[in-house]
Design a protein around this ligand. Structure first.
Ligand code: GTP
Ligand code: MG
Length: 205
């Protein structure tokens, strides 16, 4: 899929304050600093569309970007940012859960995982919550440029084996790097397929 336009629409402090629109939304979630905002910039080839930082906790609101005037990429705040106070942490968990579970337009959630890390309880708990609630999601391994191809394969296999122990069906997964653009075409083609399947669903009704 070709990205012709990518424009910031709105930052929302709550899920019920997100843009009024019925177009499909593809959202990015994961721990703070995993590379959500960087991935949005990489996919859209816009350097500063989503704000990034080497310090965790940069994205604090739900950010909507409209792509080709037709569908949205949504940048979410990270979960599990330890230096936030407990009250703040709970606020973010609520905001994320409301968006993920209640937003009708939320078509697919990309769950980002740092490819260098062993499976972490906080991510596994979140993935299990998605599975239990029937939320459509895909896994995105980030920062692949930090590992050799061989090591990338090993880490991904370990993750999928861990999920296999609990789930019969595995979600789609992508291996990406925001610096080398690895995985860009795969993710964009996948989004295109999902949008096409939504359109054929409505024509079949
Ligand atoms: P929060 O908004 O705090 O939740 O973080 P985020 O998940 O949006 O992370 P962000 O995109 O701001 O990136 C965090 C840091 O990781 C930045 O210093 C990025 O430059 C770096 N980073 C992100 N993706 C990659 C990648 O694919 N490769 C490398 N080498 N660095 C990356
Ligand atoms: Mg961010």
């Amino acid at each position: 899929m070709k990205i012709v336009s990518a424009d910031f629409v709105k930052s929302s402090p709550r899920a019920d304050m997100c843009p009024e629109s019925s177009e499909p939304e593809f959202a990015f979630i994961g721990r703070s600093n995993v590379g959500k905002s960087s991935l949005i910039n990489m996919l859209t080839e816009r350097k500063n569309l989503a704000m990034t930082s080497s310090k965790p906790g940069k994205t604090m609101l739900i950010n909507h970007f409209i792509i080709n005037g037709k569908w949205y990429l949504v940048d979410l705040p990270g979960y599990g940012f330890a230096s936030r106070g407990k009250r703040d942490r709970n606020k973010f968990i609520q905001l994320i859960n409301h968006y993920v579970l209640d937003r009708m337009q939320m078509t697919l959630l990309f769950v980002l995982l740092d490819i260098r890390l062993e499976p972490q309880p906080i991510d596994l708990d979140f993935i299990n919550m998605l599975g239990e609630n029937g939320v459509p999601f895909a896994l995105v391994f980030t920062k692949a440029d930090k590992l050799s191809k061989e090591k990338q394969g090993k880490m991904v296999k370990k993750y999928l084996d861990t999920l296999c122990a609990q789930w019969e069906e595995l979600p789609p997964h992508f291996v990406t790097s925001s610096t080398s653009k690895q995985g860009r075409d795969d993710i964009l083609n996948y989004i295109q397929d999902v949008i096409a399947s939504l359109q054929s669903d409505t024509t079949n009704q």
